[in-house]
Design a protein around this ligand. Structure first.
Ligand code: SAH
Length: 457
């Protein structure tokens, strides 16, 4: 018999929200059928309008809130939910921290790992304006360019000047850059026709150094009046020490292209983390919440339990931020990273901090792990901080094949983390102590986690 959903499109109904998804959407059950809706918190009774009915689940819109959750706070504006900049803005911050802890607990439970404990999420005092980096699309018309953001899951552009979670100075710099570009009557990128000029603006700022970098992402190699534009930007914003042009000719959602040109100043900015100095170039990964990154790294280093005698590997090392923190407390540190510019930064950063017990390699973490194993390197500690897709089986194979005492896993995706914990357990490792979530991304559903895994004796 064909399954017929118990609701139909455009139907209105009253229901109680029972849960919150990982994406921050309210969950309503109608005779076992799931409806998802924005801006709805567990416990709230709501009047709904059904928007879309699928085979297994559907979407609905809140038309009236009949009761209000005690965890609800006033939202800062619809735009931040619509664009996905701050999908959890309506949830009080302490409840956001609990929500993130529970996300990991739920995933562990599903994997029958309920006995692994998750500590309370480490939060921040002021959970707004924390980001040190902005990457915003530019649209509008020639002479009237606008910064903004795309509505979630679409290419509909919503103009915005206050981004809520970015360092406020970044918002100011963006406005000044737009003014300068408008004075030169430059065209915005037209996605549909794949024509025009200005695609995105990226601004990065050193949280402590206050040095800023502006990257103008263009569709074509030639940016008319490029030097003058750079000079005008620096004249308006003296804290901008670097103006770069990045060329991205492709029809793609990826923001940066391969080629970056220096237009003014130096090709990097400086910043400090836990007392160590770092140079960061345009293409390199650098954690976006500096206040929380310090806590994240302190946790990771504490978990590594170092005495000064250890050999450590930092896989996915970026510009060497964790590697250098390790090097202060280890005999030797090996780092690997796939982005060449990041490894150049990492090497410079080691020198800058007068640390000479590090070796950095450009390449795939998997390949290098296998090479180091072949060379007979015996790390006591392996630190991994992979992208969202997590670790591959072959990386786990060679990492555990080196028999480290401890593996410290820094993860930005609890789903792949739990999967990888299971694989590491099969290889003779166990979770030591509690898993520690750190809130790197307030107002969003994302959570960063640190886990210590020790070798079974
Ligand atoms: N530990 C660093 C970087 C973490 S982000 C920090 O905290 O700043 C993950 C890094 O892994 C990025 O720099 C990315 O470029 C790199 N990366 C992605 N895939 C990789 C792979 N297969 N091998 C090595 N590095 C990789």
């Amino acid at each position: 018999m064909k399954f017929k959903p118990p609701v139909s499109k455009n139907q209105e109904l009253t229901a109680t929200v029972t849960d919150l998804t990982y994406q921050g959407m309210g969950v309503v059950k109608v005779d076992g059928y799931t409806l998802f809706c924005d801006d709805a918190l567990p416990g709230e009774e709501i009047r709904l309008h059904v928007l879309k009915v699928g085979k297994n689940y559907g979407y609905a819109k809140v038309i009236e809130r009949l009761t209000t959750s005690k965890d609800r706070v006033e939202s800062q504006g619809k735009a931040y939910s619509q664009t996905g900049i701050a999908p959890l803005q309506h949830l009080a911050y302490p409840a956001q921290l609990k929500f993130k802890q529970k996300q990991i607990q739920d995933l562990l439970k599903k994997a029958h790992l309920d006995d692994i404990e998750v500590a309370e999420t480490i939060g921040m005092k002021d959970p707004f304006h924390y980001r040190n980096k902005a990457q915003v699309p530019v649209r509008g018309t020639k002479g009237d360019l606008k910064t903004g953001f795309f509505k979630r899951g679409s290419h509909n552009f919503l103009p915005l000047e206050n981004f809520l979670i970015q360092d406020e100075r970044i918002d100011e710099i963006l406005k000044e850059v737009i003014k300068v570009l408008n004075a030169y009557e430059l065209e915005p990128y037209d996605e549909e026709r794949h024509s025009g000029m200005i695609r995105h603006l990226m601004v990065r700022i050193g949280h402590y150094s206050r040095e800023a970098m502006v990257v103008i992402v263009t569709k074509n190699g030639r940016l008319p009046h490029d030097r003058e534009i750079a000079e005008k930007i620096v004249a308006a914003c003296p804290d901008v020490v670097s103006v770069m042009q990045n060329v991205n000719r492709d029809r793609t959602n990826v923001i940066l292209g391969q080629k970056t040109k220096l237009l003014f100043g130096k090709d990097h900015i400086k910043d400090t983390l836990n007392g160590l100095e770092f140079e960061i170039s345009a293409q390199s990964f650098y954690q976006v919440n500096p206040v929380q990154t310090e806590k994240l790294y302190q946790t990771a280093i504490r978990f590594a339990n170092l005495t000064g005698e250890e050999t450590a590997i930092d896989a996915y090392c970026g510009i060497g931020t964790i590697s250098l923190s390790l090097a202060e407390k280890c005999r030797a540190v090996y780092g690997v990273e796939i982005v060449e510019a990041a490894i150049e930064d990492a090497k410079r950063n080691a020198e800058l901090n007068e640390l000479d017990n590090l070796r950095f390699e450009v390449g795939n973490a998997e390949d290098w792990m296998a090479k180091w194993k072949e060379k007979g390197i015996r790390p006591n500690v392996i630190m991994v901080d992979p992208p969202r897709k997590g670790l591959t089986e072959s990386l786990i194979e060679s990492a555990t094949g080196m028999n480290p005492d401890r593996i410290v896993y820094v993860s930005c995706n609890p789903a792949t983390l739990v999967r990888d914990i299971q694989s590491l357990m099969e290889k003779g490792y166990h979770v030591e102590g509690r898993i520690q979530p750190v809130d790197q991304f307030p107002q969003t559903e994302h959570v960063e986690t640190v886990v210590l895994m020790s070798r079974n004796i």
